[in-house]
Design a protein. Structure first.
Length: 324
């Protein structure tokens, strides 16, 4: 047992060491000479996309998160499956992702400006930032220089991505394995202030929490009743707002809901089960939200550096859905 603990500590340390070493290849202004207009082009195209479909902001942010948690921020979530290899995007946790065509659109615009220079991984990181910004969220500087991976394995998504039913211990372990702290966990959970979810992601909390046809006692009873009126048993199509009344604005209201025991997922409610995450939730619920926006920007920069490929690693894909 002692040996196993030492191995675990070493692996976590080694993972964090790897993250920091590879991240040294990222820098602001990476394309200053090779594609100086990249951020301008991405911002322009993202604004056009959001003007036509503002609800895409949450899926595009989520796509960046899902990319970084599997093989690092290498654009592997964008690759299509092949006959012999089911890719990440077709794994169950990613089947509800939307916006792949939007990333392709931005990539095409960047390719016209600077052919073969900017990676899909960098474009995804920039689009996620600009999407949040367009919903009154924070700006954060995005260090660039990521290279695109050549491997995408759907099974890895099932293993690496934290599902909505994780408890606080599982969440902390999952984030720590990516070099992210408990504070990063509670801060990044705040991304649930925008977007929607299919009823299937939380219906067990309403109708069969312990297998006895009961509801999750950690959920506010009035909120349970409201969700039941929206999501009938077996409903696989209806969407519920993760931050009712404010799901199109990036703000601190998520924490207000969680503090009232109205977090949509088990993983949201789990934030009240840990002293550090609970304290942050309570603090932000009572705040003007400015601290959250600053914290979110910092945690996103940190997340965007997870296990990146830099230098001569990987490649610069011509199209995001296929390796060269």
């Amino acid at each position: 047992m002692a040996f196993s603990k030492h191995v675990l500590v070493f692996l976590v340390f080694f993972g964090i060491f790897n993250i920091s070493c590879n991240a040294q290849g990222l820098k602001l202004g990476f394309y200053k000479k090779t594609c100086p207009s990249v951020e301008k082009v991405v911002k322009r195209e993202t604004a056009r996309i959001m003007a036509a479909a503002p609800t895409l902001a949450a899926p595009l942010l989520r796509m960046h998160f899902h990319d970084c948690f599997v093989r690092g921020c290498d654009g592997s979530v964008l690759l299509n499956s092949t006959r012999n290899n089911p890719a990440e995007k077709d794994a169950i946790p990613n089947q509800s992702l939307r916006g792949f065509d939007s990333i392709d659109r931005v990539k095409s615009a960047v390719e016209k400006e600077c052919p073969g220079v900017v990676s899909c991984a960098d474009i995804l990181a920039l689009v996620a930032r600009d999407s949040v910004l367009l919903l009154n969220g924070p700006f954060w500087p995005v260090p660039l220089g990521r290279r695109d991976g050549r491997v995408s394995n759907g099974t890895e998504s099932l293993i690496e991505l934290p599902p909505p039913f994780f408890n606080i211990t599982q969440l902390k372990t999952n984030f720590a394995s990516k070099g992210l702290s408990t504070k990063d966990l509670v801060v990044l959970s705040g991304s649930h202030t925008i977007g929607t979810s299919h009823c299937t992601a939380f219906s067990n909390r309403l109708y069969n929490f312990t297998g006895r046809g009961d509801s999750d006692p950690s959920l506010d009873s009035n909120y349970v009743a409201r969700l039941k009126s929206k999501c009938r048993p077996g409903d696989q199509t209806t969407l519920a707002e993760m931050d009712p009344g404010s799901f199109k604005t990036f703000d601190k209201n998520y924490y207000t809901l969680v503090a009232k025991r109205r977090g949509l997922f088990t993983s949201d409610s789990a934030l009240l089960a840990d002293s550090e995450t609970r304290a942050y939730v309570i603090k932000q619920a009572a705040s003007d939200g400015k601290t959250f926006l600053k914290d979110f920007a910092k945690s996103m920069v940190k997340m965007g550096k997870i296990e990146v490929l830099t230098g001569n690693q990987g490649e610069i894909r011509k199209t995001c859905a296929f390796v060269n």
